[in-house]
Design a protein around this ligand. Structure first.
Ligand code: ADP
Length: 361
């Protein structure tokens, strides 16, 4: 290592930094990764456009741009320092908290050319925001799933144990245990069905079989299935859909959407309450609304109810048998039809779920 080779390296780097060569410039511009080359004085020699979006350079700077002008993150500075002083590489996680938080995996490597001592260090910033988000979603999914499975399974085990211990000598007790077993097995069955459904819909393997459907009649068919449940809880239901409205939809999937919304409208209602289904044309679309006079949804819950496994406090404490997947399925199915779903709700007064479909007129 001689001063001559060091200065040769420095000259080479300076030349590279200012090289207008189109290939070099094209490479820098095409990279999605942020790239910074910093010299021993921590002057920034190279900053590609992706790195400029991470670290916007100060608007006016009379002196050469330094690393400290771009970031004050101690780990990034330490990484470059280590690469320059000790010649070692470093990997680190870097969080950008300006605006929407972004996360990066950073690799900092010393750059050596003619001299043994690194004259610069190269930092590559790979964005991992989406990856970390997906990882979190996946972890939450499995945590929620095992929680939802554990509850009915624990109940089933408890019933079986009771049957083994005392049940068979006491027919009345045995009957109650069997009823409980049946309820919990049904719950498990519904959960597995919803998960399979959601997985299929989300993976995009579900193909819609679109048809021109008279909405009033389809709603009537769904009500035939759901009315016993409403009667049991003394809730009236009215099909207020005009007879002349036709939609372009998959009959099986539209039934599923309505069933889920009506099921909730009954489940979260109060005895003597009311549920209504209305529809109106709006340009190329039909807006279908399911309204109820039920318990309503607290404003804080409203943005979250379409998430997988999200259940309001009332659903959890009331033992409604729901898994929190119903609205996630509904949302996906509506989107698959090219529509949208929104909710308006007032705690204590009721809720209104409105979704759009294409008109078949
Ligand atoms: P589940 O009904 O299995 O709990 P959903 O995904 O269908 O799951 O609904 C998520 C949550 O949204 C429910 O737990 C409940 O808190 C709330 N919710 C949905 N529909 C209504 C409604 N019509 N009235 C009040 N709350 C509702």
């Amino acid at each position: 290592m001689t001063p001559a080779t060091e200065s040769a390296d420095r000259d080479f780097l300076r030349e590279l930094a200012h090289s207008p060569h189109p290939v070099w410039q094209a490479v820098l511009a095409a990279m999605r990764e942020g790239l910074l080359i910093v010299d021993r004085e921590t002057t920034v020699l190279v900053q590609n456009p992706a790195a400029e979006s991470i670290f916007p350079p100060p608007p006016i700077s009379s002196r050469p741009l330094r690393l400290i002008d771009l970031t004050r993150d101690p780990a990034v500075h330490e990484g470059f320092r280590e690469a320059l002083d000790q010649g070692t590489s470093r990997e680190l996680r870097f969080e950008l908290r300006r605006g929407e938080p972004r996360v990066f995996h950073v690799t900092i490597t010393p750059l050596r050319f003619a001299s043994e001592e690194p004259q610069a260090a190269l930092g590559v910033f790979v964005e991992i925001t989406a990856l970390e988000h997906l990882e979190r979603v996946r972890r939450d999914f499995f945590a929620n799933l095992s929680h939802e499975l554990r509850t009915p399974l624990a109940a089933i085990l408890a019933y079986v144990e009771t049957l083994q211990e005392v049940g068979l000598e006491d027919p009345e007790h045995a009957r109650r245990c069997l009823e409980g077993l049946f309820r919990q097995a049904q719950r498990l069955h519904a959960l597995v069905r919803d998960i399979t459904d959601l997985a299929e819909i989300e993976s995009g393997v579900v193909a819609l079989s679109l048809d021109v459907l008279p909405l009033h009649t389809l709603v009537e068919d769904v009500l035939t299935l759901i009315r016993p449940q409403a009667q049991e809880r003394d809730i009236s239901i009215a099909n207020e859909v005009p007879e002349d409205i036709q939609v372009l939809a998959d009959p099986f999937r539209l039934t599923q959407i309505l069933q889920n919304l009506l099921d909730n409208a009954i489940k979260f209602n109060r005895p003597g309450g009311h549920v209504g289904i209305t529809a109106r044309r709006s340009g190329e679309r039909v807006l279908i609304a399911v309204t109820d006079t039920g318990i309503g949804i607290p404003p804080a819950d409203q943005p979250r109810i379409f998430e997988r496994f999200y259940r309001g406090e009332k659903s959890r404490s009331r033992e409604t048998g729901g898994s929190g997947l119903g609205l996630a399925i509904v949302k996906h199915l509506v989107q698959l039809h090219g529509g949208e779903i929104t909710v308006r709700s007032e705690p204590g007064r009721g809720s209104e779920f409105t979704f759009s479909l294409k008109t078949a007129d």
